[in-house]
Write a protein that binds this ligand. Structure first.
Ligand SMILES: Nc1ncnc2c1ncn2[C@@H]1O[C@H](COP(=O)(O)OP(=O)(O)OP(=O)(O)O)[C@@H](O)[C@H]1O
Ligand SMILES: [Mg+2]
Length: 412
């Protein structure tokens, strides 16, 4: 570390300590979260801190990991929507609740009689925890004693702790999935390879995130020195962080390519509803033709199907730097729904075509491709019981199609 500039603050080193928590097995999750909660409690100087999970019907909070016993672990705290509508609404809106005066704050004063007064809580800092993009629970800091004013730095810190807790949960579920695949003694090489890749993606993303935290920390420290000639390096650092975080996002998308909810979805409707985003993505030089008028219902995960469309559309756009027409079509044949994206680019050379589904294979060196787009498409297609095919498009260019079996009536 550098020997100049102000020392690393308590928050920064706490962030690093949490970012460095790493699971080797899903069973280590509880201990890791307890440590994260304890570090947060210590850094913010709050004795009572807890991770609460929203119950399935969203009417209760289950206490999972606590320090200073906000409630006994495993206990259920009713979240009576009727009695605590403002608190429930704030949670639903996914906002941070930083209540300096918890007894008077409109979002938390409903809890006064049944909860706050009994425990001597005067100020609260509650941060939503998201898992897989869904609101999962809350990280609650319950301050006792004289009221306090939560500073922006404290709030930012609490948000980053909640983010890291959700990363831990996601890591654990990937590890559990991996183990399940092992237990089932999966023999297909392809599936084994995918399971390994899921783990690889998750691991690399986690480590990379730690690197980013370190770079950010150095940048923050340097920024505080205020030296004018440091600005150029700081800009570079920030740029690199931006690039790094894009890579992390793609890695995480890839590692998360595990269907969360398989429900009947109309692939044609998915594509039609993405028209706006596709237009924005392809830019002005490319003309976009979408043919998706007939319903094609499959069992699928909507968010992941959208990811397939996005990845194929971005590739087709990249294949036509000088413009052209891109055709996106959803059709259905007897047993399958087919999504195809065609471009008028140069096509794919044979020696490249053999590798395009391999993770991290990319020919887009300078523009910064990660090489995970098609690998993700292949994993998602496979998890939907389908496949991906590549063929030259009529008149030049490439057509990449995803084939997914149609939903059979009456079969759930
Ligand atoms: N429509 C296409 N036309 C020509 N080449 C393509 C097309 N789609 C994919 N490729 C080739 O396949 C490679 C891998 O594609 P993939 O989407 O996996 O990664 P990427 O686009 O390079 O990076 P990322 O999608 O992660 O940003 C590309 O680098 C490109 O060489
Ligand atoms: Mg791509």
């Amino acid at each position: 570390m550098s020997s100049f500039g102000p020392p690393i603050t308590g928050f920064e080193s706490a962030r690093l300590r949490i970012a460095q928590l790493k699971l080797a097995d899903a069973r280590e999750l509880a201990v890791a979260i307890e440590r994260a909660v304890a570090i947060s409690a210590q850094s913010l100087g709050v004795r009572r801190v807890g991770v609460f999970m929203l119950s399935e019907n969203r009417r209760a909070l289950d206490a999972l990991h606590t320090v200073g016993a906000p409630v006994t672990e495993g206990q259920r705290l009713p979240l009576p929507l009727a009695d605590w509508p403002a608190y429930a609404a704030a949670i639903d809106e996914r906002r941070v609740i930083a209540a300096d005066d918890a007894l008077e704050d409109p979002r938390t004063r409903e809890l006064a009689d049944s909860y706050l007064v009994a425990h001597g809580i005067t100020s609260m800092l509650d941060v939503p925890i998201f898992i897989g993009g869904e609101l999962w629970g809350i990280l609650c800091h319950e301050h006792q004693g004289p009221q306090r004013t939560w500073t922006e730095r404290e709030i930012d810190f609490a948000i980053s702790v909640a983010d890291m807790i959700s990363t831990l949960f996601e890591q654990a579920s990937r590890l559990a999935l991996e183990k399940e695949l092992h237990v089932r003694d999966v023999t297909s090489t392809k599936q084994r390879k995918n399971a390994a890749l899921v783990q690889l993606g998750a691991g690399v993303a986690h480590d990379f995130n730690t690197v980013l935290q370190t770079i950010m920390l150095l940048a923050e420290t340097a920024a505080r020195t205020g030296a004018a000639d440091a600005r150029e390096s700081l800009d570079l650092i920030r740029e690199e962080c931006g690039r790094g975080s894009r890579i992390v996002r793609q890695l995480l998308d890839f590692a998360r390519a595990t269907p969360r909810s398989m429900v009947p979805v109309d692939l044609a409707a998915v594509v039609t509803s993405m028209r706006g985003s596709m237009d924005a993505l392809v830019g002005e030089k490319v003309q976009l033709d979408v043919h998706a008028s007939d319903a094609a219902v499959i069992e699928g995960d909507r968010a992941q199907l959208e990811q397939i469309v996005m990845n194929l559309v971005v590739n087709a756009r990249d294949a036509m730097p000088n413009g052209g027409t891109m055709r996106v079509a959803v059709t259905e044949d007897a047993g399958e729904a087919r999504l195809s994206v065609s471009d008028e680019g140069e096509g794919i050379a044979e020696d490249v075509r053999d590798h395009i589904f391999e993770p991290f294979f990319t020919t887009k060196g300078e523009e910064g491709g990660t090489g995970l787009g098609l690998a993700t498409v292949a994993v998602i297609a496979e998890q939907h019981g389908g496949s991906v095919s590549v063929e030259p498009a009529p008149g030049g260019g490439t057509t990449i199609s995803v084939h997914v079996p149609r939903r059979r009536e009456g079969v759930v």
